[in-house]
Design a binder for this molecule. Sequence first.
Ligand SMILES: [Mg+2]
Length: 240
Amino acid sequence: MFDVDGTLTPAKQKIVASFAKQFAEWSIDKEVYLVSGGSFIRILEQVTPALLDNMAAVYACMGNVCYKKKKDEPRAWVRSHERSFEPPSGLTDALDIVARDSEYTEKSPPHWEARSGMINFSVIGQNATQAHREEYGAYDELHQEREIIVKKLRPMFPEIDFVIGGAVSLDIFEKGRDKSQVIREHFKDLPKDVILHFVGDRVEFPGNDYAIAQSVKERPNGHVHSVKSWKDTSVLLKSI
Ligand SMILES: [Mg+2]
């Protein structure tokens, strides 16, 4: 199981062609899944069709929606399940206030986007250019703004979880509706002797791979690999 942003691709960007080829060849004799915070449409834009050819399923939007291949139709996908999310009263207003009050000045609203089962939020906004995204990424690294926002919002909305995902954003959803739901609901009957590897770039708390990493570690044959970029993943594939 692989996270996408920061693990197979640079965040929100296309996969590097040579790595896509390596991944596609590596996956031929394995059962491979993608588990991303991003939407399915965006994942399709980020990776190559060949990379998806051996994919057993794609879990998008933190596992709140799952896509599987159509039978006998190569490269056609069908949605196999989807959850909805009704934000609690005051949440979207609170997000707008947090964005407004940020000392980072370059902003391209809207600041949040509703996805299947979740909301994606960023101070810089959904329409930020790649250059501004990189600039904010550096700002956040220095000021830990996203961690501060998470600490502020968690007590205000106890039934909601806030995690750091991608390079500039937060993923927001009902508690438990994080990537760990994939293991809990779709792999609960997986035999104990099956070896399960999860590869992600945000496995530390409060990253958006933390919960699934914990669930994978609880399995007798579960292995979690923390990477810093697709380059680490490329090296790792040679040993799995
Ligand atoms: Mg990631």
